[in-house]
Write a protein that binds this ligand. Structure first.
Ligand code: ADP
Ligand code: MG
Length: 320
């Protein structure tokens, strides 16, 4: 099987069928019709084997994950996803791997209405780069810049679960049974919070998705907004599985610094409290918890029962 047969067989018509993909796979570039009155929202994320997922990870999970992490960025902007491009670098022609990968990618693309409209295929160390495209009504996108002192800080879902799941998969953490399975699934199968993000338009003052660790990503949101942030350790939502497996203190560490959560971290004025609650209920979304507030100043502080706690560092590819 050559390159063109590979594209044809696995990627030529993957995901949702969309009339606004005027030209998908097959020409030099895709032609996409952005609806009138909307802005295009674009992002790209690269997954390197052995760095972003363990070597030997199920190709189906890699397929799901490679689009999920991008859709999470669109969710954080409040965007509606539409199209994706895939740059795939493979060490060798491996039909079984490709089949599993394409199935995982197809599953999430179809679920969220995304059409794969183009890409590139090359040979080299396993690397997957996906660009996701979507749109928002002009002027309504969620940004990192709008947080104001007095705003409340919220997070969706159960931060820390995915990082503990990865630690279990890599043998850095021991566990078994249903809790182990549940945590590993959070790493393998992140659910981008798209509907929740769209619902936050006009409600949230700022938003970011948690990929590198809650405390670090809150630091980025705060810096972009020119404010400080305060997290109350007691308010951090800890899943029952995480708590059971690691105990409270380690669970808080995973929740604050773990990364790979792909949950939404956002701020909203206290006057929007009911709207946020209604949204969480209506979306049938994961729980959404208030974990702290925005303050005058800069940086992130974590308050424990007996005063300030050290802020654990999150993920940085280029840190020493
Ligand atoms: P070109 O040489 O003009 O860049 P290619 O021969 O690389 O085009 O690709 C042919 C078509 O297949 C293009 O429409 C391209 O977007 C698409 N394509 C290539 N690789 C992939 C892939 N991995 N997934 C989806 N589409 C792909
Ligand atoms: Mg060309």
């Amino acid at each position: 099987m050559g390159e063109f047969e590979l594209i044809d067989r696995f990627f030529a018509s993957l995901g949702a069928v969309r009339a606004d993909a005027v030209q998908g796979v097959g020409d030099d570039a895709a032609l996409l019709a952005v609806p009138a009155g909307h802005e295009l929202v674009a992002c790209v994320d690269t997954l390197v084997a052995g760095r972003h997922f363990p070597l030997g990870c199920d190709p189906y999970d890699i397929g799901w994950r490679s689009l999920a992490v991008n859709l999470s960025d669109l969710a954080a902007m409040g965007a509606v996803p539409a199209w994706a491009l895939l740059a795939l670098t493979l060490p060798e022609m491996d039909e079984e791997w490709l089949d599993g990968y394409a199935q995982g990618l197809s599953k999430i693309a179809t679920q969220f209405g995304v059409a794969l409209v183009g890409g590139d295929t090359t040979r080299g160390p396993l690397t997957i780069s996906i660009s996701a495209l979507g749109f928002v009504p002009a002027g309504t996108a969620l940004r990192r810049t709008g947080a104001r002192p007095g705003d409340l800080v919220y997070v969706t879902g159960w931060p820390g679960d995915a990082a503990a799941g990865l630690a279990l998969m890599e043998g850095r953490l021991q566990g078994q049974g249903a809790d182990k399975g549940a945590l590993e699934r959070k790493f393998r199968h992140p659910e981008p919070r798209l509907l929740f993000g769209q619902g936050l338009r006009g409600v949230a003052s700022a938003c970011i998705d948690v990929s590198d660790g809650l405390a670090q990503d809150l630091g980025r949101l705060a810096a972009a907004s020119g404010v400080g942030a305060l997290i109350r350790a007691r308010e951090l939502p800890l899943s029952r599985a995480l708590y059971a497996l690691t105990g409270e203190e380690a669970a808080r560490g995973y929740a604050l610094a773990g990364g790979d959560d792909y949950e939404l971290l956002f701020t909203a004025p206290p006057s929007a409290r009911a709207q946020v609650g209604a949204l969480a209920a209506k979306m049938g979304a994961p729980a959404c918890h208030c974990i702290g507030e925005i303050v005058v100043g800069k940086g992130v502080k974590v308050l424990g029962e007996r005063g300030e706690l050290p802020v654990p560092r999150g993920w940085d590819h280029f840190s020493a």
